[in-house]
Design a protein around this ligand. Structure first.
Ligand SMILES: Nc1ncnc2c1ncn2[C@@H]1O[C@H](COP(=O)(O)OP(=O)(O)OP(=O)(O)O)[C@@H](O)[C@H]1O
Ligand SMILES: [Mg+2]
Length: 316
C-alpha cells in the first residue's frame, strides 16, 4: 500500500505529548519531551533518529512495554487508551494487537525456533504462567523441609516433648513437603501436556507456515545460538506476527545484519505490508527508512516531519 492509499485511512495508533524521563540515581534524564505520532491503518512509518535520541523508548511506549511519565500524554490504539490498560488487557494488547520486534532479537535461548515463535500464544495461560505456582510449590517444599529438620532434628529437646507429639509434628511437616512436591509434579505434567497440545494445535500449524514462508522450515528445532543473525531476526519477526497483530512495531529490524540479509528482511516486511500489515519501524539508516511510506524523525525528544524543525520551548 502506498502513502496515498493510507492517508485517508483511520488512525490506528496515536500518541500525544509523551514524556519519558529516566533516572540515573537522582539525576533525571529527559528523553522524550512531548513526542506525538499518528499512524494510519495500512501505513508503513519509519522513525529516524540518532543513537540515543529515544527511538527505542518511543517504540516501547507504543507497544505497552513501558509507561510514559505520570500525567504526561496518552497512547490510543483504535481509540482505546493503552495507558489505562492493566493485567490481562495489557497482555492482550502486547501480544495480540501489536507485534514487537526487539532491537536485539530477545529470543529465549532454551526454546527452539518454533517454540520461540509461538511464545505470544504460550504466555497467556501457557507454561510460562505455570512457572509461578511451580516456584511457590518449590518454596513450600524448601520451607517444609527446613521446618522438618529444625523441629524434628533437635530444636525441641527430647525430654520436653512426648514421642507422639514429635511424630505428629514430623508427619505434619512431611505432609506439607509431600503436598508441595505433588503440586510441583502436577504443574510439570500440566506444562508438558499444554506444551504438546500447543505444539500440535491449529496455532502451531499457522506459526509453522509463517516460519516456512520466512525460509525457516529446516530450522524449526534449532536453538537461537544455532542460527545466523538473519535467521534469528526472521524468527523474531515470525514471533511478532504469530498472533496475527494488525500492527508491527520493529526496532532496527536490520540493525545487526549485513546489507544483503537486511534487504531480505525488508523485502519480507514489504510483502506483509502489501498484505495489509501496518508497520512502525525504528532505524538510524535513511536507506532503510526509504522502504517506508512516510518518514519522521526524533529530534530533541519530539517527533518531527522532515522539513520542519521542532518547536523550542520558550524560556519561562
Ligand atoms: N533504563 C534507562 N535508564 C537510564 N537511561 C536510559 C534507560 N534507557 C535508555 N536510557 C537513555 O535514554 C536515551 C534514549 O535511549 P533509547 O534506547 O531510546 O535510544 P535509541 O534512539 O533507541 O538509540 P539507539 O539508536 O542507539 O538504539 C539514551 O541516552 C539512553 O542512554
Ligand atoms: Mg534503540
Amino acid at each position: 500500500m502506498t502513502m496515498d492509499d493510507a492517508t485517508n485511512n483511520p488512525v490506528v495508533l496515536e500518541a500525544r505529548d509523551l514524556r519519558k524521563t529516566y533516572r540515573l540515581g537522582r539525576v533525571p534524564v529527559p528523553v522524550l519531551k512531548d513526542a506525538s505520532i499518528e499512524v494510519r491503518e495500512g501505513e508503513w512509518v519509519a522513525i529516524l533518529g540518532a543513537s540515543g535520541s529515544g527511538k527505542s523508548t518511543l517504540l516501547h511506549l507504543l507497544g505497552g512495554l513501558d509507561r510514559p511519565d505520570r500525567g504526561s500524554g496518552e497512547i490510543r490504539h483504535r481509540g482505546r487508551r493503552v495507558s489505562g490498560l492493566r493485567g490481562g488487557a495489557l497482555n492482550t494488547y502486547r501480544n495480540r494487537d501489536v507485534g514487537f520486534v526487539f532491537q536485539f532479537y530477545h529470543l529465549l535461548p532454551e526454546l527452539s525456533v518454533i517454540e520461540n515463535a509461538m511464545l505470544p500464544r504460550l504466555v497467556p495461560g501457557g507454561f510460562v504462567i505455570a512457572a509461578l505456582p511451580l516456584l511457590i510449590a518449590m518454596l513450600g517444599a524448601a520451607l517444609g523441609a527446613g521446618l522438618g529438620w529444625s523441629i524434628g532434628g533437635g530444636v525441641l529437646p527430647d525430654a520436653d516433648v512426648p514421642t507422639t507429639g514429635k511424630i505428629a509434628v514430623l508427619a505434619g511437616t512431611w505432609a506439607v513437603v509431600g503436598a508441595a512436591a505433588a503440586v510441583l509434579v502436577f504443574q510439570l505434567a500440566q506444562a508438558f501436556v499444554e506444551r504438546r497440545r500447543i505444539r500440535h494445535g491449529d496455532h502451531a500449524t499457522a506459526v509453522r507456515r509463517t516460519l516456512e514462508e520466512f525460509g525457516l522450515g529446516p530450522r524449526l528445532e534449532h536453538r537461537p545460538s544455532q542460527l545466523s543473525g538473519g535467521e534469528r531476526q526472521r524468527t523474531a519477526i515470525a514471533r511478532a506476527l504469530a498472533a496475527g497483530p494488525g500492527i508491527l512495531l520493529a526496532d532496527e529490524p536490520t540493525g545487526n545484519l549485513d546489507a544483503h540479509t537486511g534487504r531480505e528482511i525488508l523485502d519480507l516486511l514489504r510483502r506483509r505490508h502489501h498484505a495489509g500489515l501496518t508497520i512502525v519501524m525504528v532505524t538510524h539508516d535513511p536507506k532503510v527508512a526509504a522502504y517506508a511510506d512516510r518518514v519522521v524523525r526524533i529530534e530533541d525528544g519530539r517527533v518531527v516531519e522532515p522539513g520542519t524543525t521542532p518547536e523550542i520551548d520558550a524560556p519561562e
